[in-house]
Design a binder for this molecule. Sequence first.
Ligand code: ZN
Length: 67
Amino acid sequence: MTTKADPMLQSCDLCGCQNAVQVHLSEEVLRKVSGMQGLSADEFPEWCWKGAVLSNEESVEHGPILG
Ligand SMILES: [Zn+2]
């Protein structure tokens, strides 16, 4: 049994994460994990939830400061 969301929740070859799992993790945890893996936001593939969260967080940080 599959769902339409499955392609979005595939595991990531780069960091070995399961998107279905890590979507439930906090940004803090995702940052820690990526830090331990030595990976920065733009190194994650576009389907990786971790990369999406980290790159989103960066743009959020830059926005208000310039505002
Ligand atoms: Zn990943």
